[in-house]
Design a protein around this ligand. Structure first.
Ligand SMILES: [Ca+2]
Ligand SMILES: [Ca+2]
Length: 186
């Protein structure tokens, strides 16, 4: 039984994947997006952190797979000058629409951006990050594809996905059961 518990715990550990990713330029459009936590899709929850870079007119697209009910959270942290530089704008698009599902410029302290969204349908989604500029419409794909801005510098992107609360409760109940089992064995 102990071996079974260890095997089950090991499986759960691998479920909670956490990885570091980078970008391959050009990734300035949905068509050239880098994939993020895409291949871990069958084992939520998970998070990935990328150390990325914006140069003038650069945008960074990341493709992500979501199942209906999933909660997506994405946050950018500008690295320079007290989280102010580069000033990012971030949006979430589906595979074909030109209007952002949700977008954000400044999330709070500093000029980083944050998005939180619950997927209403399963499919491929695209996170788009670019430099802030005056003018243009940050809810339109044209703000990101073919962007013109003068932001320059490194930033950190954190992306996390958790299933809807019902699945999380099931996962938690499974974990609690394992712990109780181990306690009883002792
Ligand atoms: Ca870049
Ligand atoms: Ca890019």
């Amino acid at each position: 039984m102990k071996r079974l518990a260890i095997a089950a715990l090991s499986a759960l550990m691998s479920v909670n994947a956490f990885a570091l990713f980078s970008e391959t330029e050009p990734n300035n459009t949905r068509a050239t997006a880098n994939m993020v936590i895409y291949n871990l899709r069958n084992t939520p929850p998970f998070a990935e952190v990328g150390v990325l870079n914006l140069i003038p007119n650069d945008s960074d697209f990341f493709k992500i797979r979501l199942e209906a009910g999933d909660y997506l959270t994405a946050i950018t942290f500008p690295i320079q000058v007290l989280y102010d530089d580069p000033d990012t704008v971030m949006a979430l698009f589906d595979a074909t629409g030109n209007q952002a599902i949700v977008w954000n410029d400044d999330a709070g302290a500093g000029f980083g951006s944050a998005i939180r969204w619950q997927a209403d349908r399963s499919g491929d989604y695209f996170l788009a990050i670019t430099g802030f500029r005056l003018g243009g419409d940050p809810s339109d794909i044209s703000y990101y594809e073919g962007a013109t801005h003068d932001q320059l510098g490194g930033y950190i992107l954190t992306v996390s996905v958790i299933p809807e609360p019902a699945s999380m409760l099931a996962l938690g109940a499974g974990l609690a059961g394992l712990v109780a089992l181990r306690r009883r064995r002792k």
